[in-house]
Design a protein. Structure first.
Length: 488
């Protein structure tokens, strides 16, 4: 895609608050904002982090062009002094993030921005837009791939996506989440990922008969000959004609690397089992049976249970739109403000809804693995805290703190999972390729128990607070309670 200046990809109130900070002389006050989400999407037991590379590019290119300044002037609410300041605006802060492809859980910081408050405020909307969308599609894809039990999933959703950006970056996220390829050629070009596709019913209908259409396609693509079999009659016409073409190819000494049929309608379990028997009896046991047609993780899982003989799946609308769960739900909240001594003073947001009460302070995440290398819990703690695998580790539920677990040395390992991507305005991180992110994602998904990955009623991984962070949070809550009583 053509590079765009996305600086104005923001909500108006970010800019009005910026002008407010500017006028109140606290524009350079350093703060910490956390991006996180509160509930796993899709009623899943986890989510997948995605979108970091695009977020990095956005931060690198953050600047107000003359056209941007002129437009903001035309809005009529920004002063010339503020507009003059924006002419030389650059991001000078630091950013920490969980890397793309990592498994993530509710309430833990996915992105941490440490910057002057004007800068940290401006980037909120774009960060949420980018990370929310790609993380949602990557999570949906990982569930679809899990349902397929090792079969290849192809992303086929471009024509049903909500616009070119959603289709293209959604395809990128789908590759990170586990797809083996995408039909989106632009995504293939931009992200160097495999592109895949076969032919449509229109190809078959454009010829005098189905057999001729199959023969012509085989002549042009002898190494990859996957034929659409349900244009007329799948079992009486489509599969028999495909077998005839494959027999003709074999008689000519042509042995395709990939061949078979695709069904895009009908009872996929029944059709695939009948087709499998027909191919086997004709001497083509390695013929691929592929399927599409409004698939999602639940339908694929059901077809697997029914013994469907499908080994390749094209998933479109329900994947690229995450049709049953259209929003990821990430938020961006102030966590700390730096004082005159250079120390970060924790800040907390209250709410009558306990899940919306934020975790204060400058934080990091330590992932705790059990003896089998599976994720035991994530521990959100303050950056200055250190934990040792040689010492006993106590975990507790921050909602019900009397529930405690003690882990002895040798029973667990630890890993910090956030990485630094910007240091005082300079990018210090090089993104892996999308295919490397995909491999990393598969490795990280393997650290989850199947109970966490199951599609319905999954086991939730514990996301705990360190004792120090918990005490800090409770102290702030108590302070707020006393202040509320004083002024009530």
């Amino acid at each position: 895609m053509d590079r765009q200046n996305l600086t104005l990809l923001t909500d108006l109130y970010e800019l009005t608050m910026m002008q407010g900070y500017f006028r109140n002389e606290n524009a350079n006050q350093t703060v910490i904002f956390d991006m996180f989400y509160r509930t796993n999407p899709l009623e899943s037991g986890y989510a997948i982090m995605a979108g970091l590379e695009q977020m990095i590019q956005y931060i690198k290119e953050l600047r107000f062009d003359k056209e941007d300044i002129d437009y903001l002037r035309s809005v009529g609410i920004f002063g010339e002094d503020f507009l003059e300041y924006l002419k030389n605006f650059r991001f000078t802060g630091s950013i920490w993030s969980i890397p793309e492809g990592e498994v993530i859980f509710p309430r833990e910081p996915l992105v941490k921005v440490i910057a002057p408050i004007m800068q940290a405020q401006l980037v909120e909307t774009a960060i949420l837009n980018i990370i929310n969308h790609q993380s949602l599609i990557a999570t949906k894809t990982s569930r679809v791939c899990y349902a397929a039990r090792g079969d290849g999933i192809m992303e086929f959703g471009l024509r049903r996506a909500q616009g070119p950006d959603a289709g293209t970056y959604g395809a990128r996220a789908a590759m990170i989440g586990g797809c083996i390829g995408t039909s989106n050629v632009l995504a293939g070009q931009l992200f160097n990922v495999p592109v895949k596709g076969t032919n449509a019913h229109s190809w078959v209908m454009s010829f005098p008969d189905e057999l001729t259409a199959f023969r012509k396609y085989a002549e042009i693509y002898p190494d990859a000959c996957l034929l659409i079999a349900d244009t007329y009659d799948s079992l009486k016409s489509g599969v028999p004609n495909a077998i005839k073409v494959f027999q003709e190819m074999r008689d000519k000494g042509i042995h395709p690397k990939l061949y078979g049929v695709r069904f895009d309608s009908g009872d996929l379990a029944y059709l695939s089992k009948k087709a499998r028997k027909m191919f086997d009896e004709a001497g083509f046991p390695d013929a691929v049976i592929s399927a599409s047609n409004d698939l999602d993780e639940f339908l694929i899982d059901s077809l697997k249970v029914q013994g469907a003989q499908i080994t390749s799946w094209g998933v479109g609308t329900n994947l690229i739109t995450s049709k049953d769960w259209p929003a990821f739900g990430g938020v961006y909240k102030l966590a700390a403000i730096q004082d005159e001594k250079g120390e970060f003073v924790p800040k907390i947001k209250l709410s009558e809804n306990s899940v919306k009460v934020t975790n204060p302070g400058n934080k990091k995440i330590v992932r705790v693995y059990d003896e089998e290398g599976k994720v035991k819990a994530d521990l959100i703690c303050l950056v200055e805290e250190e934990f040792s695998e040689k010492e006993e580790l106590m975990l507790f539920d921050p909602q019900e703190p009397w529930k405690k677990t003690w882990l002895k040395p040798g029973e667990f390992t630890l890993r910090e999972i956030m990485i630094q991507v910007f240091d005082e305005g300079e990018c210090v991180y090089t993104s892996p390729t999308v295919m490397e992110m995909r491999d990393f994602c598969q490795k990280e998904l393997a650290t989850l128990w199947d109970e966490t990955r199951r599609l319905v009623n999954p086991h939730n991984v514990y996301v705990d607070l360190s004792q120090k962070l918990y005490d800090t949070k409770i102290a702030l809550l108590n302070e707020m309670s006393v202040a509320g009583k004083k002024f009530s």
